[in-house]
Design a protein around this ligand. Structure first.
Ligand SMILES: [Zn+2]
Length: 377
């Protein structure tokens, strides 16, 4: 079975690739296939959220008025107005993609969408049980910086695939969702603070397990989905424990592009651009640290990293970029280091970012503090 992941044009491609990495970590009979970005219709329908609670509420699926509330940091002022897209439009994006790309009718098409949807759900499946959307926006609002948003996105994807596998049709799926949260994957209240609790359990309640047992469900698909869920749970546990135990993830530098992965955090890729990566590799290779004014002495090494991983067409462009970086009168190095720090902060949180980033030490040098035994090259 193939699951075609399509993304709306403004959903960050690096985040998309990271979600894909997470899903693909457990290979099996479900194959996740990425696609080119899709331009989806402009959000025309204006939605007004009078209160914070309105904003944090998934509107009920047909009649039920059950709502769930969520705790959140207050960063948006209410009433809050924004444009939304209808579910029909979202599912039409999947259908059109299916038609245009001649997708097999047994395959699933899942849109990762960054435009707010009309009912403010985190995802849903259509009546064919083959087309889905999953929201990629708003996670920061609910989770702050406490967790990388790629994990909940992957979690929601797997939840919907499992639901689609377990139940006969869309109506049955919706009616089977638990109105009261049980920490089960079938909970209706997919609010983003609760999702952390659910990712920690990443399991079905006994009632839902019975459904799984009693129905003719493809076990290899289900096993793979549970393995992905287990991986997500390990990541979240590692993240929470690691803060407590001051335990850092291992790092791997892979391929010709020298991409950086944190292996204990679900193979989380740190998306440094070529210039950031070149500077990072230089400091990684010099645990003793390098003083700002001596950076120029390492120009050849820096240049060789950059030449290998950048797409710059000419030597001249490579030289311009590197000269700026090592020039003490230019602020470029500080800017690049700040961006590296910010990307690690997004990925591992502020506390641990100090070990992974290039930091300024009291001795007056810049260095990466990370224990090099954790680094696989
Ligand atoms: Zn359940």
């Amino acid at each position: 079975m193939k699951v075609h992941l399509i993304r709306s044009k403004n959903y960050n491609v690096e985040d998309f690739n990271n979600v894909l990495n997470i899903l693909r970590k457990n290979r099996g009979s479900i194959e996740f296939v990425p696609s080119e970005p899709i331009v989806i219709p402009a959000a025309m329908q204006e939605e007004i959220y009078d209160t914070k609670k309105d904003f944090e509420t998934q509107k009920p699926f047909p009649e039920s008025r059950d709502i769930c509330s969520m705790f959140a940091e207050n960063k948006i002022s209410f009433p809050h107005k924004r444009n939304t897209i209808t579910w029909e439009e979202l599912f039409n994006v999947c259908k059109n993609y299916r038609r245009d790309s001649k997708i097999d009718e047994n395959d699933h098409v899942l849109l990762l969408n960054d435009i707010p949807n009309e009912n403010n759900w985190f995802g849903c499946v259509d009546s064919t049980k083959k087309n889905y959307f999953v929201q990629t926006n708003d996670w920061d609002w609910y989770l702050g910086r406490s967790i990388d948003t790629r994990f909940p996105v992957a979690y929601v994807i797997v939840s919907w695939l499992l639901r689609s596998l377990m139940y006969k049709n869309q109506t049955e799926i919706i009616s089977s969702l638990h109105k009261e949260s049980k920490g089960c994957m079938m909970d209706y209240c997919i609010d983003k603070t609760q999702i952390i609790i659910k990712m920690r359990t990443a399991d079905l309640c006994p009632e839902c397990l019975k459904v799984l047992e009693n129905r003719d469900i493809n076990r290899t698909y289900a096993r793979q989905l549970f393995q992905i869920m287990d991986g997500l749970r390990e990541n979240i546990m590692f993240r929470q424990r690691s803060q407590l135990l001051m335990q850092l993830s291992r790092m791997e530098i892979r391929g010709l592009s020298k991409s950086i992965y944190l292996t204990d955090l679900g193979d989380l890729q740190i998306n440094l651009n070529p210039k950031e990566r070149a500077l990072y590799l230089l400091y990684l290779n010099h645990p003793e640290g390098i003083q700002r004014s001596y950076l120029i002495d390492y120009k050849d090494e820096l240049r060789s990293y950059y030449a290998q991983i950048s797409n710059q067409a000419t030597n001249e462009l490579i030289d311009i970029a590197i000269n700026r970086l090592v020039d003490v009168r230019d602020n470029n190095m500080n800017e690049v280091m700040a961006r590296i720090r910010s990307k690690f902060k997004n990925a591992v949180g502020e506390e641990q970012a100090k070990d992974y980033s290039i930091t300024f030490t009291p001795e007056g040098t810049h260095k990466i503090l990370l224990n090099r035994e954790l680094v696989g090259l």
